[in-house]
Every structure is written in structure tokens, then in C-alpha cells.
Design a binder for this molecule. Structure first.
Ligand code: ADP
Ligand code: MG
Length: 380
């Protein structure tokens, strides 16, 4: 991704989403998201996003490093093409006047003197209008529907996926406005809110999450702290690429164009992003302990085990199967049997603590391997 290329597109008018503060001439980057670590901008009609640091605490640099490790680590392992992480272009240090001098006029005035750090990454493209409309029809209180439809901020719509929870019974009725920027879809809703069709063919989100977590743990060796998952569109991959194992399973010399058709529109993917809090995870018991702490305290993105034999457990089992399959394939050449056992111990520990509602900070919880060992002894 080259900034000069990016800036060649000159938007004719200020795009939607600008605030009064931003209406000065030359503002080309528009805010599409805000978090505790950074504020995210997009450049009109491109697949570029710029995450600008809110404070100088090293988190954005950590995000840069972790995202690079994810990109590199996810290559050459058998993950679904429906799972993606944003590509990264580069990092800009704070006060870098060479970069800021040629870019400041593209930012809203409030940032021009500050010259904060910037991470230049691929944009996760927003959910298309027909699905936004469907979400408004299904979830928006009647008296807010017109506003929700017309609000330009709702165009930057991404869908947060939380498989560890069902939609709370009340909530939306009490809202004063209805936002689609990071609209949460819960357990059981992916299939209902998203129509079928090749463009939107992201099924088995729980399996994609299992693959992603196993790849982060055992290939990239990070604990996935704070990582989020959204459904959004992929502007780059308009081809359905075949992975090596698919090609190897085909008869030699056959035409593969019917299997790799391009589509005129971006495809939907499950994206993982926001890696600024991820930490190294050693390949030993301490690493598993760290991963278990992160998993059990994380938001409800991932499916969670339930004590009741209900449909929650079906999601959890599918997630676990995908996690174990990916982890085992990554560790297949690992010589140490105790290392090979670590992914299974991770799952046993998470299941134990979540279903027993244990206090993760108790003395007992500091010995997950011992506890997992006895749990494992019970199982085998
Ligand atoms: N690559 C991206 N493409 C599109 N939107 C993004 C991208 N990265 C972040 N966002 C949006 O910006 C918001 C804030 O980004 P996030 O990485 O979560 O920030 P923080 O680390 O500060 O919490 C996200 O919730 C999402 O809506
Ligand atoms: Mg973050």
C-alpha cells in the first residue's frame, strides 16, 4: 500500500461522517471508529485505514508488531479464507514532521499540531446497505428507524460477533439512538441477520474463531488479549483462492478457474483486529496459564462452555474441535509430548473454570497445570 497512490483519489466533496470541526478544506480522512488506544480514520473510496494513537504509551507500536506477527504467522497454515486480519503498511512515530508535513491537511484540524503516532493498515470495509437495512428492520425500535437509516455514521457498519452470549432481553428499547458502527450480533443471530449468498457465505463463525485462537496461541505465540472479531467486507480478496491442501487433493492439470471465480463485489469475512494488548505466550505451562486467564476474563466473543446440555455446548464443541484441529496440525512436528498436550490442557482449564465459576485469582487458580492434570486424569 503506497500513500502516494492512496492520495491520488481526490474526493469531490466531503464524505459522510464529517463533523462541523472537520469541514475545513482538504479533510480527506474521516473518523470511522474510536477506542481507548486509538482513533481510526478512513480515506474515502480506498481500502486504507489509519489508526492514530490517543496517547503515547507504546500500545500502538505493540499493535504494529503483533499484527505483523499475526500476518506472518497465519501464512502457510491451513486456515479458512473467510478468516482475515488487516494488512499493515507502516508505522509513523510521533512528531515525524516529514510524514506529518505532507499529510496533516488530510486530517481534521484538532490533530494537526499534535502529530501523534499513526499505524497505517488495511480497512475492513463496511457491511453493505441491504444488510444494514435488515438489521434496522429487525433490531431498531420503531420510532428510531428513520434516523438510523439516514444517519451517515451508520454507513461505517461493522458487526461485532459475540458468541458467548445471547442478546439481552431488554436494552435496545431504552436507547436514545441506534448505532451500527460496531453493532453486536449474538449467539444464534449470524444466520438470521445475514442473508445467504456467495458474497456473505461466512458460516461456522465459531470454527473460524477456534482456528484463529489456536493459530495465535501455537503459531504466533501470543495470548490474544483484547483481540476482537467483526464481520466486515474484504475489498482485496475478490478471488476465492485455493489453499495448497485443496490443490494437492485435485487431479493434476485440471482447470481450476471454475473453483476460483472472481466476484464483482467485496466478500464478507470474519476479521480479527485490535492486537495492542497482546503479549508473548511461552510454549509451556505458564503460557497456558496466561492464555486461560485471558480467555476466561475476555469479553464474550468466543463461545463458552455451559453446565447445561443445551445448544451453547454445541457451539462450544465446534469451537473446541476447530481449535484442537488447528493446534494439532501446527504442533504436528513438535517433538515434546508435553508441549503437544498444551492445547488440550488449555481447553480443559477453560472448561473447568468457566463451568465451575471458580475464582481465577484464588491460590488454586495459580496452579492450572496441576488442576488440569487431575481433570485430564478423570477424562482419560
Ligand atoms: N482496520 C479497520 N478497518 C475498519 N475499522 C476499523 C479498523 N480498525 C478499527 N476499526 C474501527 O475502529 C474502532 C476502534 O478501533 P480499535 O482497534 O478497537 O481501537 P482500540 O485499540 O483503541 O480499542 C473499532 O471498534 C472499529 O469499529
Ligand atoms: Mg485495543
Amino acid at each position: 500500500m503506497d500513500i502516494s497512490q492512496l492520495l491520488c483519489d481526490s474526493p469531490e466533496s466531503l464524505p459522510n461522517g464529517s463533523t462541523a470541526d472537520d469541514t475545513a478544506a482538504n479533510v480527506l480522512f474521516q473518523e470511522i471508529g474510536r477506542g481507548s488506544c486509538g482513533t481510526v480514520f478512513q480515506h474515502n473510496n480506498t481500502t486504507a485505514a489509519l489508526k492514530v494513537a490517543n496517547k503515547e504509551d507504546g500500545e500502538l507500536w505493540n499493535e504494529y508488531l503483533m499484527l505483523a506477527r499475526v500476518q506472518y504467522g497465519f501464512k502457510n497454515i491451513n486456515l479458512s479464507h473467510n478468516l482475515r486480519a488487516p494488512d499493515i503498511a507502516y508505522f509513523v512515530s510521533d512528531g515525524d514532521s516529514e510524514w506529518w508535513d505532507s499529510h496533516e491537511t488530510y486530517f481534521p484540524p484538532r490533530l494537526r499540531n499534535m502529530k501523534p503516532q499513526v499505524l497505517y493498515i488495511e480497512r475492513i470495509l463496511p457491511i453493505p446497505a441491504p444488510i444494514r437495512q435488515r438489521l434496522i428492520d429487525r433490531h431498531c425500535p420503531e420510532d428510531m428507524k428513520a434516523n438510523a437509516r439516514d444517519d451517515p455514521l451508520n454507513e461505517a457498519c461493522l458487526l461485532r460477533v459475540h458468541l458467548g452470549k445471547r442478546r439481552p432481553e431488554s436494552g435496545l428499547d431504552q436507547l436514545r439512538s441506534f448505532f451500527l458502527r460496531n453493532f453486536t450480533i449474538y449467539q444464534g443471530e449470524v444466520g438470521e441477520d445475514i442473508p445467504g449468498g456467495q458474497r456473505y457465505d461466512v458460516r461456522n463463525v465459531e470454527c473460524l474463531m477456534g482456528q484463529a485462537l489456536a493459530a495465535m496461541h501455537w503459531k504466533v505465540r501470543i495470548d490474544a488479549d483484547g483481540v476482537k472479531f467483526v464481520l466486515g467486507m474484504d475489498g482485496k480478496s475478490r478471488w476465492h483462492h485455493l489453499v495448497p491442501s485443496q490443490i494437492a487433493a485435485l487431479p493434476e492439470n485440471i482447470s481450476t478457474w471454475p473453483l476460483t471465480q472472481s466476484t464483482p463485489e467485496p466478500m464478507m469475512r470474519l476479521w480479527l483486529f485490535d492486537s495492542n494488548r497482546c503479549k508473548d505466550m511461552p510454549k509451556n505451562g505458564k503460557g497456558v496459564q496466561q492464555a486461560v486467564q485471558v480467555f476466561c476474563h475476555s469479553d464474550s466473543h468466543f463461545p463458552r462452555p455451559s453446565r447445561k446440555a443445551d445448544s451453547n455446548n454445541e457451539l462450544w464443541h465446534k469451537f473446541v474441535n476447530a481449535y484442537m484441529e488447528t493446534a494439532n496440525s501446527i504442533l504436528k512436528d513438535e517433538e515434546s509430548i508435553s508441549v503437544k498436550a498444551l492445547p488440550g490442557i488449555f481447553i480443559i482449564c477453560c472448561t473447568y473454570w468457566i463451568t465451575n465459576d471458580e475464582n481465577m485469582n484464588s491460590e488454586e487458580s495459580k496452579k492450572p497445570l496441576g488442576k488440569a492434570q487431575s481433570a485430564a486424569d478423570e477424562v482419560y
